[in-house]
Design a binder for this molecule. Structure first.
Ligand code: FAD
Ligand code: SF4
Ligand code: SF4
Length: 398
């Protein structure tokens, strides 16, 4: 791309003015580069155009009449998987890091955009372009905070790289896909993770202090398929807190406004998505969206145990009941939360049905948030697939 005076002018704006999405900015990093010039089309919170971009990335948009497309996006195949030899310290078993390492070692790409931790704070993200397996490994595990992954885009152009892998979450990938043609690459590979309920660094602190018995020793955490938050501590101990016991009143505004208005939980525009939400407990969930995604997965296939995706239970009553409980910020005693957690674990939704439970609950919460706080954005900002999902439930009047 040619860098024009207009790009430099845009980049020279003070930081607050360099966030056109204002309070809804998810700090994806685009606006720290001269690609800010494209922000009106690229920013997920200014222009929602997922379905148009799906056609560009995957050759078609989701078929809203096919349930798996409606919920999980365009895909060729899905499976549950885990590494035969898990990477110590990875978020799950390290499928993401393993694919990135193979991509580099087999010469498919010259660099990998990923995010390490800052030296002083394990939860403070530091995006990099990794060019060695060691640098990719150092980026393993989630930084559960808003991360400016795209802030390294100018470096990509300066480095002269022509083949690149980017690892990222939905809002980052929507912006990336929009400027993809301006990056001067011969080939871009996109490896995504699902993402929901992200927080600023201050928000994370509040979440940890409100929820964990030892916030300062938490190494990582995950909202698991067994309906508990699992906190892993420095000494390896796992602390579990049932979802139903979370202090909803305290936590109501802990999530970033961007994430309260986000409807791209499943990272619709990535070539390959690796998460856990559609897989049984203990397994990762892999969604191949297109041929490029398949090419990436093939590199690690022999390092994985795999099994077909499964689905059991019925989420709908639990989702409907959850709407009122969240709205009223109901917090129940911990002993009762454990009882509910035990029962739901026995008879509740599993596999893809757990994924639908989580998508339904978050889309409804976010739809109500947009309707209440940004009513003028509701029509254009909420994608058709999300409107279809939300319309299955009875929502409060206001
Ligand atoms: P690892 O090999 O440990 O690699 C993790 C990769 O994630 C690294 O390459 C790193 O660069 C990248 N990364 C870390 N933090 C960030 C960040 N803040 N932004 C962008 N990239 C980052 N999966 C679900 O199924 N449901 C969820 O609700 C869900 N929420 C998530 C929320 C966040 C903020 C993130 C980052 C991920 C979320 N995931 C979710 C994905 C899941 O937690 C795992 O990251 C995924 O299964 C990969 O595990 P792994 O062991 O293969 O990854
Ligand atoms: Fe810019 Fe990204 Fe923030 Fe949108 S989300 S305003 S593109 S930094
Ligand atoms: Fe971005 Fe959505 Fe994740 Fe928030 S929840 S960081 S907006 S992908």
């Amino acid at each position: 791309m040619s860098v024009t005076p207009a790009h430099h002018k845009a980049k020279a704006l003070p930081t607050v003015k360099r966030r056109p999405a204002k309070a809804l900015c998810s700090e994806c990093g685009l606006c720290d580069t001269y690609y800010i010039h494209y922000v009106k089309e690229a920013c997920a919170f200014i222009t929602q155009h997922i379905s148009e971009m799906e056609v560009e990335a995957h050759g078609r948009t989701r078929d809203l009449d096919r349930d798996r497309d409606l919920y999980f996006g365009v895909h060729q195949e899905m499976m549950a998987a885990r590494k035969k030899d898990p990477i110590p310290g990875a978020q799950w078993t390290g499928i993401v890091s393993s694919i990135a390492i193979e991509m580099l070692q087999q010469g498919k790409v010259e660099g990998v955009v990923c995010v390490q931790s800052s030296q002083s704070d394990r939860f403070q993200p530091t995006p990099i372009i990794a060019t060695t397996p060691e640098e990719i490994l150092a980026a393993r595990v989630n930084k559960p905070t808003l991360s400016p992954n795209l802030s390294v885009l100018e470096q990509v152009e300066r480095s002269g790289m022509k083949r690149l892998l980017v690892i990222g979450v939905g809002c980052q990938i929507q912006a990336l896909r929009t400027v993809e043609k301006q990056l001067g690459l011969e080939k871009l590979y996109v490896l995504g993770t699902p993402c929901v309920d992200n927080v600023s660094r201050a928000g994370l602190q509040k979440f940890l202090e409100t929820t964990s018995r030892s916030p300062e020793t938490v190494v990582h955490y995950e909202f698991m398929q067994d309906f508990n938050v699992h906190f892993k501590h420095e000494d390896g101990a796992i602390e579990k807190v049932p979802f139903f016991g979370l202090n909803t009143k305290e936590l109501k505004d802990v999530f970033a406004p961007s994430c309260m208005t986000c409807f791209d939980y499943v990272n619709s525009l990535a070539d390959l998505v690796v998460g856990y939400m559609g897989a049984p407990f203990g397994w990762q969930w892999v969604v191949v969206r297109n041929d490029t995604g398949k090419e990436m997965l093939d590199l690690v296939q022999d390092k994985l145990f795999t099994q077909p995706v499964m689905s059991s239970g019925d989420r709908t009553a639990a989702v409907q009941q959850g709407i009122a409980a969240y709205d009223n910020a109901t917090t129940i005693p911990m002993w009762l939360a454990w009882v509910i957690s035990f029962v739901v674990n026995k008879i509740g939704p599993k596999g893809l049905e757990y994924g639908r439970f989580s998508i339904d609950s978050h889309f409804i919460r976010n739809y109500l948030y947009v309707r209440r706080n940004y009513p003028q954005k509701l029509e254009a900002h909420v994608p058709e697939y999300a409107k279809r999902i939300v319309s299955r439930y009875k929502l409060p009047e206001v």
